[in-house]
Design a protein around this ligand. Structure first.
Ligand SMILES: [Zn+2]
Length: 326
């Protein structure tokens, strides 16, 4: 870099500090979507009535999503069958595999059936989503050893064959067990913000049924999440899992870099059929730009330049991303 180019890439701030502005084209993958500090997932187990009655309206009111670990062969599911089969998936909530009846089985074949038939129901309930796709999985709690007669490596093979991903453990994450109040749950959120991690809280009943979290504490949590929305990506387990996996295997390569257009390729060393979550990229643009148009395939978005960068979503793959000055 010659002297003049070097000087031109320095930015002077408040009379005291100098730092080198990124060269146009310099691109990084944001740690989490929209450059938020952490990913946070609200998980709800056992397809309970109180989820349909108390949880869904409060999530929807705030534009939040959640992951629901359903048991389609259980009586709770059955009493709200229509909600679980149409309303909830159509509203975009995540259906996750908590086995078919939550009761385990007396043979390995029965355990396999518990897991695979739950997946079939999830597939049937989400006809508009791709299949096969990754599905979040949680083994039912409280099962006696004889009701889960499958060796760990056999279970892992079965999960892998069915694109099932084990969620984080209940320990330290259970509402009413690890956290009694909304403020305690929010402290768990703040820890995720500080650690830049993916975290979750696992609920059973909310305002009824078992291990029940009072509705007012749940609302304290949701309102606190809303206040932290610029830092917290409230999402679903598979979206966060895919994001982290793709991000950790991602690389970018600039293929064109002119004064009015930057073109680049985002690749990630994962199976694009299963890993279809868009990543958020941050690209430095020339200092003359105020806005940019980002295009990848049929997706076109207008973005503002902030602090010399544009922030946008893109899918890893062969399709070139272009950012054009507007
Ligand atoms: Zn359960």
């Amino acid at each position: 870099m010659n002297f003049f180019k070097c000087v031109s890439s320095l930015v002077f701030i408040s009379g005291t500090m100098l730092f080198a502005a990124d060269e146009p084209g310099t691109t990084s993958v944001a740690k989490w979507k929209d450059d938020k500090a952490c990913a946070f997932i609200l998980m709800f187990d056992d397809s309970l009535n109180s989820h349909v009655k108390n949880v869904l309206p409060e999530l929807q009111k705030r534009g939040f999503t959640g992951s629901f670990y359903t048991t389609p062969g259980g009586s709770q599911y059955n009493s709200n069958r229509q909600s679980w089969e149409t309303k909830i998936p159509e509203a975009g909530f995540e259906l996750a595999n908590h086995t078919f009846t939550h009761k385990g089985g007396t043979s390995k074949a029965e355990v396999v059936e518990e897991i695979t038939s739950s997946n079939e129901v999830i597939h049937k309930n989400t006809p508009n989503l791709p299949w096969p796709r990754l599905v979040s999985f949680c083994k039912p709690g409280g099962l006696k050893k004889e009701k889960w007669p499958i060796a760990k490596d056999e279970l892992n093979t079965l999960l892998e064959q069915n694109n099932l991903i084990i969620r984080p453990s209940f320990s330290g994450r259970g509402a009413q067990i690890a956290f009694k109040t909304g403020d305690q749950m929010l402290a768990h959120v703040d820890k995720a913000v500080n650690n830049g991690s993916m975290e979750c809280i696992i609920f059973h009943g909310v305002g009824g049924e078992w291990i029940s979290c009072p509705v007012n504490e749940f609302i304290t949590l949701l309102d606190g999440l809303k206040e932290r929305q610029d830092k917290v990506w409230v999402t679903q387990h598979m979206a966060a899992y895919k994001y982290a996996t793709e991000r950790d295997a991602a690389s970018t390569k600039v293929v064109k870099n002119s004064s009015n257009q930057i073109a680049l390729q985002l690749t990630s060393n994962v199976d694009p059929k299963l890993y279809d979550q868009s990543l958020t990229l941050k690209t430095a643009v020339p200092s003359t730009w105020k806005k940019g148009i980002v295009k990848q395939g049929d997706n076109v978005t207008e973005v503002d330049v902030q602090n010399g960068h544009v922030l946008y979503d893109a899918l890893p793959g062969d399709e070139i991303i272009t950012i054009t000055m507007k």
